[in-house]
Design a protein around this ligand. Structure first.
Ligand SMILES: C[S@@+](CC[C@H](N)C(=O)[O-])C[C@H]1O[C@@H](n2cnc3c(N)ncnc32)[C@H](O)[C@@H]1O
Length: 285
């Protein structure tokens, strides 16, 4: 199986991701609320933020998209410098954050390609947050980008990120994987599992790099950081939809389930099993 062809050249430079997120626009706001999987993912990410972020912290948010985590950070009492590669997503972020009543928590908004995060080196942020996969859209240079994120936080500060999960996505998207194998041959799935790079599949409107937990550990090592915590973003919530609807129908049942689900996601054995892999990284100094 060949590697990615010219068809995805724009994705290697960041232009593909920018165009894609400009085009999907407001649809991105629905991703974390439209189904049970998204709602659980939102909750697990918010709880991960709450474990680390303190009131009064100054945070650089990368790939902020339409702002669900900008609002989450604001609710925790943080002041946020909001960035994204997509100007459309930044405008949606301004609308959503204002509608939620948290615009005062935003320091400013800037277009930023994660590849250029080095320009914030030495800024001494308390935290840098890149949730929902900005690191999954680089296709190379992820360790350099993570090192740049670490250089933007003060000693004792933290980088919080999530990337798309290889094995968890395969589990959730098994019907799509079967379809791809039928259309392009089973080697295409072997190539994805070997590289995590969705550019091995022809004719995709959206591509990204999927990560295993071991690759995240290696990435943190290469970037010169210290791994502080890891989590999956879904575990039991990827299971039977009827059981999940029953659990979600009752507030108390759902709240207890979310506690249990967060505990499971945090277990080391679950880290490859969700849609995303979350991780917290500190500086070594
Ligand atoms: C799946 S969305 C996640 C948005 C938000 N963080 C969330 O979790 O809801 C990915 C975001 O990353 C942004 N993005 C993609 N590649 C990027 C890059 N190289 N640098 C900065 N942002 C990028 C996209 O524009 C998009 O807003």
């Amino acid at each position: 199986m060949d590697g990615p062809g010219d068809e995805y050249a724009a994705w290697a430079s960041g232009e593909g991701a920018r165009q894609y997120f400009d085009e999907i626009g407001i649809q991105e706001l629905d991703r974390l609320v439209k189904d049970v999987r998204g709602r659980v993912s939102l909750e697990v990410h918010l709880r991960f933020l709450a474990r680390f972020v303190q009131p009064g912290w100054r945070v650089l948010e990368i790939g902020a998209g339409p702002g669900r985590f900008t609002v989450g950070l604001a609710r925790l009492g943080a002041k946020v410098l909001v960035t994204d590669i997509s100007g459309v997503q930044l405008r949606l972020n301004a609308d959503f954050v204002a509608a939620q009543g948290y615009e005062k928590a935003v320091e400013r908004r800037e277009v930023l390609d994660l590849r250029e995060v080095g320009r914030f080196g030495g800024e001494g942020f308390d935290a840098v947050v890149a949730f929902g996969g900005p690191l999954s859209y680089l296709f190379e240079g992820e360790a350099q980008a993570l090192a740049g994120m670490l250089s933007a936080v003060r000693p004792g500060g933290v980088v919080l990120a999530s990337v798309m999960s290889l094995y968890g996505t395969w589990r959730v998207a098994l019907p799509i994987a079967a379809e791809l194998a039928a259309r392009y041959g089973p080697e295409v799935i072997s190539a994805i599992l070997a590289t995590g790079d969705l550019r091995v599949v022809p004719e995709r409107a959206h591509v990204c790099r999927l990560f295993t937990w071991d690759q995240v550990v290696e990435l943190v090592e290469q970037a010169g950081g210290t791994l502080l915590a890891g989590s999956a973003s879904n575990w039991a919530s990827l299971g039977d939809s009827e059981a999940l609807a029953y659990l979600e129908a009752d507030e108390e049942r759902w709240s207890r389930f979310l506690d249990q689900e967060t505990m499971a996601c945090n277990a080391s054995g679950a880290r490859d099993g969700g849609t995303h892999v979350l991780f917290a990284v500190g500086r070594r100094d």
